[in-house]
Design a protein around this ligand. Structure first.
Ligand code: PSU
Ligand code: MN
Length: 288
C-alpha cells in the first residue's frame, strides 16, 4: 500500500532532514505552469539545505512517498483531490490522486516523516462554518510539523484558530506573534507561541512532541505581500454561489488569481518554496 522511494527511505535511516510535500497544490491549487514551478522549487530548496524532499501522491494503486519528476508531471496533468477519507478509495481505484495537507500528513506519519511544507493549511470557510477542512482533525492525530504561511487566504482565520485551540494543536509563530494571513504578514490573530530561529523552532517541536502533541502548525510570515488580498478573498467568497465541498478551495484560489491579475500565483509559489526551505533548515537543526 505504502511505497517509500529508496532515496527517502535511505535519508530517513541516516536521520537526514526529510520534508514531505503535498500535491493538491500541483493538481488543483495552482494552475500551470505555477503548479510545477512550486513543486520543483520546493524540492530544490530542500535539497539545497542538504535535505531530501518526499513528495506524496496516490499513483498506480499505491500511496507514494517520494516521486520522480515524471510522476509529478502525471499529477499535474490530471488528478483528483485526495484528502484523508479519500485515500483508501483512491488507492483501490488506481486513481491519480493529489494529496491534501491532511492526506500528506497521514502518509508522512506512515513513513516516519516529521516535517512537511505547504502554502496554507485548510480550515473553517468564511460564512460557511460547517465547511471545515479535514486538515484540522488530522493535525490533532498525526505527529507532523506543518510549515505554512498560515491558512489559505479564503478562510475564516479566527474560527480556524479556535478549532485548532480546541484540538490542542500548537500554532507556533516563526519570528512572529501573529498568525500570518497567507499573502499578508499580519492577521490580527495571535499564535499560541512564538519561536525564534531554526534551533528555537526545533526545540519547541521536540518539547511539544515529548509532551503528547501530535500535529504542529509552524506559521511562517510570507516573504512578500499581496496588496488588497483580504478584499479579493472576500469578493471571491461572496461570489461562490452553489459551489460546495472539495471544489470550494480550488474555485476560490482561481478567483483570487483572476482578481490579482495573476500576481497571487507568483507570490504563492514564492511563499511555498520559502516554507519548504525553512522546514528543511529546522529539520536539520532538529536532527543535528
Ligand atoms: N493551500 C493553497 N492551495 C491549495 C491548498 C492549500 O494555497 O490548493 C490545498 C491543500 O492541499 C489543503 C487543501 O490541504 O487545499 C484543503 O482543502 P479542503 O478545504 O477541501 O480540505
Ligand atoms: Mn474546505
Amino acid at each position: 500500500m505504502l511505497a517509500v522511494s529508496s532515496e527517502v527511505a535511505a535519508a530517513l535511516e541516516e536521520k537526514r532532514p526529510v520534508v514531505a510535500l503535498e500535491t493538491s497544490i500541483v493538481g488543483q491549487g495552482l494552475p500551470a505552469p505555477h503548479n510545477l514551478q512550486a513543486a520543483r522549487g520546493c524540492e530544490e530548496a530542500i535539497r539545497a539545505e542538504g535535505g531530501v524532499p518526499a513528495t506524496v501522491a496516490v499513483l498506480d494503486g499505491r500511496l507514494r512517498v517520494g516521486l520522480t519528476d515524471e510522476e509529478l508531471e502525471r499529477i499535474a496533468a490530471g488528478s483528483t483531490k485526495v484528502s484523508t477519507r479519500d485515500l483508501g478509495p483512491a488507492i483501490a481505484q488506481g486513481a491519480a490522486g493529489a494529496t491534501t495537507v491532511a492526506a500528506t500528513m497521514r502518509a508522512a506519519t506512515m513513513a516516519g516523516i516529521r516535517f512537511m511544507a505547504t502554502g496554507g493549511i485548510g480550515g473553517v470557510h468564511r460564512g460557511r462554518p460547517a465547511d471545515q477542512s479535514a486538515d484540522l482533525e488530522e493535525l490533532s492525530r498525526s505527529p507532523v510539523a506543518v510549515f505554512c504561511a498560515g491558512a489559505k487566504i479564503i478562510l475564516d482565520l479566527a474560527l480556524t484558530l479556535e478549532r485548532l485551540e480546541s484540538l490542542a494543536v500548537p500554532v507556533l509563530g516563526y519570528g512572529t506573534d501573529e498568525f500570518p494571513a497567507f499573502y499578508s504578514r499580519r492577521s490580527g490573530c495571535p499564535v499560541s507561541a512564538r519561536v525564534e530561529g531554526f534551533t528555537g523552532a526545533a526545540q519547541a517541536l521536540r518539547a511539544a512532541w515529548a509532551t503528547g502533541s501530535r500535529g504542529i502548525v509552524v506559521a511562517v510570515p510570507p516573504p512578500a505581500e499581496l496588496e488588497g488580498a483580504e478584499e479579493m478573498a472576500r469578493t471571491a467568497a461572496a461570489e461562490l454561489g452553489h459551489v460546495a465541498g472539495a471544489a470550494v478551495t480550488p474555485r476560490l484560489l482561481a478567483r483570487v488569481a483572476e482578481l490579482s491579475g495573476g500576481r497571487s500565483l507568483d507570490l504563492n509559489v514564492d511563499l511555498v518554496v520559502n516554507n519548504a526551505r525553512l522546514a528543511a533548515q529546522v529539520a536539520r537543526a532538529y536532527f543535528g
